[in-house]
Write a protein that binds this ligand. Structure first.
Ligand code: ARG
Length: 456
């Protein structure tokens, strides 16, 4: 028998380079477990529907189990001439159990088979990424809880704006990752629909039971149109879209960690385990991990664009182009998994430098808005208050003083509404703790959000 399961209508062998060029076994072998799982349930369904005998199904299932074990022991010889994971396994099955193995592909096509395999595989990966995201959220929450008293500068335009709690900053990332987790749960609903039974494109002439297969494989339902079943890759694109947003969030956090761990900021210290040295400058400790994650964001965006472009002009239904869906998807999964794993550990081990953060928060007149708010409460319109404080800041700049260092007389040069209680409003703590409304940086507001995030 020819190596090719489709050799019947051909008179000449495939060109050796074309064989390699068109094969996908080099990368789709990672689907083996799902391919075998799908085939096992398919064979059982064929027997249940009396399309094949119970004995044939039992032989097929036993053969598939042996193949699974061969692959897991590393003894399976994947072959380019057998093109892809589906035909590698089927050809090996026929080799092992003889002609009865050829009955497995009844009422099925590689087109619906591959659609099934990718969905099963991606579903598992989605579930493990939900867990990995949970670990990173946990690490961020722990940093927030452990450092509830730490005040740092909040920035706009990367210029000191207002003092905030470091915990508040950590919680901003918890929010982003919560939305990412929500996106994953949402895409999983559309992913977890069973496509097998579409056949090559039009359905099958055999009396199959798709709902039973779906139930056995843990799907929530079956696809409703055979053409769409074999030509849909929305789930892969949705996953890459989720991944792009997630990586964008990790990249922003990376950027901050890179800045914060520089000698000029020195807000945080990343553990040595996540940094590397320089081959020429002995003093260097480089934040390689966040830099790499920031860099890897680009390839994930690229994978999303690859898939969108791959699909945009394909006529229904399956086209060989679609074999190109796998590498971008697999690369995205690997990149996201790796980035989440390394980030969760790095955040958990990060130490922070409260004195440096506090000193920076005190620079840059970060409590100026609090004086303006103070004057507004004394009845001044906000615009006038803004002007009074602007002059006060200019005076500080000219005299080299900081806002809390001013005497009452100095304050009162700019407005007689300012009284001795002003000093209760211009400290970093007062500024932070005045922002109590939901979502604000006051300690009590942050504590409320921490406990909500814990419950979530
Ligand atoms: N290796 C193929 C892929 O990944 C499987 C489906 C092949 N179908 C076909 N009609 N050639 O897309």
């Amino acid at each position: 028998m020819s190596e090719k399961l489709w050799a019947g209508r051909f008179t000449q062998p495939t060109d050796a380079f074309v064989e390699e060029f068109t094969a996908s076994i080099q990368f789709d072998q990672r689907l083996y477990r799902y391919d075998i799982e799908g085939s096992t349930v398919h064979a059982r369904m064929l027997a249940k529907q009396q399309v094949i005998s119970d004995g044939d199904a039992a032989e097929i299932v036993a053969g598939l189990n042996e193949i699974l074990a061969e692959i897991e022991r590393g003894e399976f010889a994947f072959s380019i001439s057998r093109e892809d994971i589906h035909m590698n396994i089927e050809a090996r099955l026929i080799e092992k159990i003889g002609a009865v193995g050829g009955k497995l592909h009844t009422a099925r096509s590689r087109n619906d088979q591959v659609a099934l395999d990718i969905r099963l595989y991606l579903r598992d990966e989605v579930d493990s990424i939900v867990t990995a995201l949970g670990k990173l959220r946990e690490a961020l929450l722990q940093q927030a809880e452990a450092n509830l008293d730490v005040i740092m500068p909040g920035y706009t335009h990367l210029q000191t704006a207002q003092p905030i709690l470091f915990a508040h900053h950590m919680l901003a990332y918890v929010e982003m990752l919560s939305r990412d987790t929500g996106r994953l749960h949402d895409l999983r609903k559309r992913l977890n629909i069973m496509p097998l039974g579409a056949g090559a494109l039009a359905g099958t002439t055999f009396p199959i039971d798709r709902e039973w297969v779906a139930e056995q494989l843990g799907f929530d339902g079956v696809t409703r149109n055979s053409l769409d079943s074999v030509s849909d890759r929305d789930f892969a694109i949705e996953f890459c879209s989720f991944s792009s947003l997630l990586m964008m969030h990790l990249s922003r956090l990376s950027e901050e960690l890179i800045l914060w761990s520089s000698a000029d900021f020195a807000f945080v210290d990343l553990s040595d385990a996540f940094c590397t040295g320089s081959s020429i400058m002995p003093q260097k400790k480089n934040p390689d991990v966040p830099e790499l994650v920031r860099g890897k964001t680009g390839r994930v965006y690229g994978n999303l664009i690859s898939l969108l472009t791959l699909m945009k002009s394909l006529p229904l239904a399956y086209n060989k182009d679609m074999q190109e869906d796998k590498e971008p998807l697999f690369d995205t999964i690997d990149t996201v998994r790796g980035s989440l794993k390394v980030f969760a550990e790095m955040i958990a081990e990060m130490t922070i430098n409260p004195e440096r953060m506090r000193a920076a928060a005190g620079r840059g007149y970060s409590t100026a808005t609090d004086i303006a708010d103070y004057l507004v409460r004394k009845g001044l319109p906000f615009r006038n208050a803004h002007e009074v404080v602007g002059k006060t800041v200019r005076y500080c700049v000219e005299t080299g003083k900081d806002i809390p260092d001013l005497t009452l007389d100095e304050f009162r040069q700019f407005s007689s509404d300012i009284e001795a209680d002003i000093f209760d409003f211009v400290t970093l703590e007062a500024s932070v703790n005045a922002r109590k409304a939901t979502g604000g940086t006051a300690r009590e507001a942050v504590e409320r959000e921490i406990s909500l995030a814990r419950k979530a």
